[in-house]
Design a protein around this ligand. Structure first.
Ligand SMILES: CC(C)(COP(=O)(O)OP(=O)(O)OC[C@H]1O[C@@H](n2cnc3c(N)ncnc32)[C@H](O)[C@@H]1OP(=O)(O)O)[C@@H](O)C(=O)NCCC(=O)NCCS
Length: 236
């Protein structure tokens, strides 16, 4: 599978041809934000000594191998994103680009103040940036969200699964990613997002969510058995 790096808005559509076949709909996500990096972890071999800032190192040393792999891949994606958006000088080393926010949990792109979000699963990592609050979530399509739908979807939201025509797994996975991406963008605890963010439509490439009386699009791309969901709050 030749999923290397899907670049930013600035990369021409022609350079996306192969990856676009694997990820139908990804261009719509890229156009909705300032920048996006999507990486297959198997194609990156970061040298942690040359990658981490002191704060990132302090965080990584407390992690087990699996968690650390995702954390490291997230750092690679975020630092590449910062460079592609010219948020870091060309000669600035990776160890001097901070991607761990002041709270030690949320991501950041150096000192830029540009909003960003990151998500990783066993194989892939996605990082996105925007001028407004943004959240991304990446999940493998599986039966888990359908099995646990009663834990994160109201009865009304669960009715949307059959209405979507997507099949239960693809629909419930999208619903889950909407809640996670919204939690990240809004800075909500996941449990709070589950309660307060309502999914009002589920669709293949675009769904709709409601938060505090306003509705927002949830954009999806699906490829390689995974769904990426992007939510931006352009006028929050
Ligand atoms: C943030 C959260 C939604 C991440 O979901 P996940 O599916 O486990 O992991 P993802 O790969 O999609 O996202 C992880 C990234 O989210 C980012 N993140 C963590 N906390 C965040 C927050 N409060 N707001 C925005 N982004 C956050 C981090 O960059 C993290 O990656 P990193 O630590 O490797 O840099 C989830 O861990 C969460 O809500 N945590 C808060 C505690 C909580 O709600 N717990 C209940 C879980 S049921």
């Amino acid at each position: 599978m030749a999923l290397n790096q899907i670049g930013l808005n600035s990369i021409s559509a022609s350079s996306l041809t192969n990856d676009s076949l694997i990820w139908p709909g990804i261009e719509r996500l890229q156009l909705a934000c300032l920048g996006m990096i999507l990486l297959d972890m198997e194609t990156i071999s970061p040298v942690e000594d040359h990658l981490f800032t002191p704060r990132e190192t302090a965080r990584a040393v407390r992690m087990g191998p699996r968690r650390r792999r995702g954390f490291t891949a997230a750092r690679v994606a975020l630092k590449r994103l910062a460079r592609q958006l010219n948020l870091a000088e060309e000669d600035r080393p990776d160890q001097a680009i901070e991607t761990l926010g002041p709270d030690g949990a949320r991501p950041c792109l150096g000192e830029s103040g540009i909003y960003c979000s990151v998500s990783h699963c066993a194989r892939l990592v996605a990082a996105v940036a925007h001028r407004y609050p943004i959240g991304v979530d990446l999940e493998m399509v599986s039966e888990k969200p359908i099995r646990t739908r009663h834990l994160f979807m109201s009865p009304r939201e669960r009715d949307l699964i059959s209405l979507s025509g997507l099949g239960p797994e693809r629909a419930a996975t999208r619903a889950w990613t909407i809640k996670e991406a919204a939690a990240k963008a809004l800075g909500l605890h996941l449990f709070q997002a589950i309660r307060e963010v309502e999914v009002v439509r589920l669709g293949e490439e675009e769904g709709v969510m409601r938060y505090q009386e306003k509705t927002y699009p949830a954009r999806h791309a699906e490829g390689n058995g995974h769904v990426i969901t992007l939510i931006t709050f352009d006028d929050v």
